[in-house]
Design a protein. Structure first.
Length: 242
């Protein structure tokens, strides 16, 4: 089924409310009713490794936990990897737990809490983005600490490492780009940060040098082109700095 996007948001300050979820309901749900909304998904992406692992487990008789679903919109709050498994297996009906939320803030905080507490661990970048989003919803540092399961002092340290966009909004930076903490980033830089692998830049450079020094680099036109581009970019920087 095609992915649908939802723009509904909870107001600032609603995050202090606890998860109500009155009327939680375990049931069989038509798979076609489920909706994926990336705006409430706390992970950077769905892991193909985890999908393959869950699919193998299901095919050997393991019973997977029910998918957590927002009762009002049928959006998947927790269980995106399970959703992908059922989609590939062309499953008609899936086990689901319907939950009722008082606000969008409440829904998102539950998505974060559930993804932190089980399954594949959230990567650092995803946790940092969740902290920013929860702060936007009005959550206190202490409440965020409970949701992401990190000490409040650790969250304070994480916040000091954020960059900012041109409007001053906090931006989480990948581990390999931590030197950008405190900087103001352009839209183009934010996109590069989002796509960056997370590995320290010096690691990449040393790996490249090792390949060249040991005659292990690829003999392709694309590689030669990118090397020429790299040399040209660095030459320009060196000239400007001289």
């Amino acid at each position: 089924m095609a992915r649908r996007d939802w723009a509904r948001r909870g107001g600032a300050g609603q995050g202090e409310a606890g998860i109500t979820n009155k009327g939680d309901n375990d049931m069989k749900l038509d798979f076609r009713e489920l909706v994926l909304d990336r705006s409430i998904y706390p992970r950077s992406s769905v892991s193909e490794v985890n999908v393959a692992r869950l699919m193998a487990a299901l095919q050997t008789g393991v019973k997977l936990p029910p998918i957590i679903v927002d009762a009002a919109t049928k959006r998947v709050v927790d269980g995106w990897h399970r959703y992908e498994v059922y989609k590939r297996l062309k499953t008609d009906f899936v086990n689901a737990t319907l939950k009722t939320y008082a606000s969008e803030a409440e829904l998102f905080s539950d998505a974060v809490r559930l993804n932190v507490s089980h399954g594949e661990p959230l990567d650092v970048f995803s946790v940092h983005n969740a902290i920013i989003r929860l702060e936007e919803y009005g959550y206190s540092r202490e409440r965020i600490s409970e949701i992401v399961r990190l000490p409040a002092t650790k969250i304070e340290k994480i916040e000091r490492g954020f960059a900012a966009d041109e409007k001053g909004k906090p931006v989480a930076v990948k581990g390999g780009l931590s030197h950008l903490g405190g900087s103001m980033l352009t839209d183009e830089q934010i996109e590069v940060n989002r796509r960056y692998s997370g590995t320290k830049t010096l690691f990449h450079l040393r790996q490249l040098c090792a390949l060249i020094e040991n005659d292990m680099y690829p003999r392709t036109q694309d590689f030669a082109h990118e090397m020429d581009r790299l040399i040209g970019l660095w030459a320009a920087i060196s000239k400007a700095a001289a």
